[in-house]
Write a protein that binds this ligand. Structure first.
Ligand SMILES: Cc1cc2nc3c(=O)[nH]c(=O)nc-3n(C[C@H](O)[C@H](O)[C@H](O)COP(=O)(O)O)c2cc1C
Length: 402
């Protein structure tokens, strides 16, 4: 990111998850209730483990706000882990005598950070690695993303998401594109009362729930896919000028950085490999009603040449099944070399509804950064004025601008 900087800290069972978001303009009204709402959304989803019943994530601001508005200084925040007292000894910050130290975890889970991390950090206790690799750290991303989302909303951008696939079950299986079948009131409904798996197709969701139940029964886990949509993005965020200024590249990296995401597509994504140009590209039109640039389709997912093109930005992500299995896979003890079964940690079975909320946050952070990079501004007012100017010049062809 070029203008915003996010640094996060915190172990899964440590005292807190904390962070600093730097680069926000002054004068942005930040609603604590909306931040807590996104933290709550990150905790929701059928197939989540018991940890989510323990935690009640709420933000504690530590810097950067006065009377509810940003000061332009770094925004500091913290979310306390309510589970911490149960882990105070096992995760002791201070040294402990050997007899009080917990038994080290030595059987790495295939698919998790355990083995590579234990070798990298030269530890014989996998907990030293898994505590930070755990997706508990996404609390900080969702929190910062909730602030970025408010900056975007103040500039006419709205972000939402849904679960498109869980294992073999797809939302709207008869539709060529599931996004086109999502009801218009879905984003508002999802904010009010999210459905169990945050899937907008109720028939598919029933089958998805049955899949999760079957996995729970079998001691297994299951993967899937989610879609994040950003509406109202002004034209020209990102640039074609350099490889690391492309908006699609930044969105892909940020989405791929979410634990367990293994593939990211913009618009049609992987499907374009099997299509002809005439089936892929979105014809340009001058809308009869609006008199502005329009496209009847959006297979590009709102980005051409590394820049937003004014259509909705569509990011798809494939999520692998989580690696902690209640019927564990084979592993080898990292200390003795003896074969055994992988360590079992309290775990989710399916994470798509929650990963999608992290996806919203990452898309919000990248778009907020791209907005500030393109339009600058020490204050929200400066930024809004520049965004309005851009919107004014992209609604109509230049010849009609008098
Ligand atoms: C919201 C969310 C919740 C997750 N919950 C679990 C979990 O309960 N158990 C687990 O083994 N992995 C879980 N993961 C995935 C692991 O964090 C991830 O697989 C691990 O850190 C290794 O990274 P990698 O899958 O990207 O290689 C979760 C991921 C996300 C995004």
């Amino acid at each position: 990111m070029r203008r915003l900087r996010l640094l996060t800290a915190g172990e899964s069972h440590g005292p807190a998850i904390s962070g600093v978001l730097e680069g926000l303009p002054a004068g942005l009204r930040v609603s604590t209730a909306l931040v807590d709402r996104d933290l709550r959304r990150r905790q929701h989803g059928y197939g989540s483990g018991r940890r989510m019943l323990i935690e009640r994530d709420r933000v504690v601001w530590t810097a950067g706000l006065r009377f509810g508005r940003t000061l332009g200084s770094p925004l500091g925040f913290r979310v306390d882990n309510l589970d911490w007292p149960n882990w105070a000894e096992r995760m002791s910050v201070e040294p402990l005598p050997d007899e009080r130290r917990p038994k080290p975890i030595t059987l790495a889970r295939p698919g998790h950070a355990d083995l590579a991390g234990a070798i990298k950090y030269d530890t014989d206790d996998v907990r030293d690695v898994l505590e930070r690799a755990s997706a508990r750290s996404t609390v900080a991303r969702v929190l910062a993303g909730a602030v970025a989302r408010q900056l975007l909303a103040a500039n006419g951008v709205r972000i939402w998401s849904y679960v498109e696939q869980l294992g073999p079950v797809r939302a709207f299986p008869d539709a060529a594109d599931s996004l086109a079948a999502v009801p218009a009131d879905w984003p508002a409904r999802d904010l009010r009362v999210p459905s169990p798996l945050r899937c907008p197709d109720p028939d598919a969701e029933r089958l998805m729930i049955a899949e999760v139940d079957a996995c729970a029964e079998a001691g297994d886990s299951i993967g899937g896919a989610f879609v994040v949509v950003a509406e109202g993005v002004p034209v020209g965020l990102g640039s074609a000028a350099e490889w690391d200024t492309r908006l699609d590249a930044a969105l892909a990296a940020a989405t791929m950085s979410i634990q367990a995401v293994k593939a990211v597509g913009i618009g049609e994504g992987f499907a374009v490999a099997g299509m002809r140009g005439s089936e892929v590209h979105d014809e340009v039109d001058l809308g009869a009603a609006s008199g502005g640039w329009e496209r009847a389709s959006n297979r590009a997912g709102g980005i051409e040449g590394g820049m937003s093109n004014g259509m909705s930005i569509v990011v798809r992500a494939a999520v692998k099944p989580v690696s902690t299995l209640r019927k564990p896979l084979g592993s080898v003890d990292i200390v003795t070399g003896a074969p055994g079964k992988a360590h079992i940690e309290r775990t989710d079975i399916a994470i798509m509804p929650r990963a999608a909320i992290v996806g919203e946050a990452m898309v919000a952070l990248v778009l907020a950064d791209a907005l500030l990079t393109s339009f600058g501004g020490d204050t929200l007012g400066d930024l809004q004025a520049a965004v309005r100017r851009r919107r004014g010049r992209t609604g109509r062809p230049a010849s009609s601008l008098g």
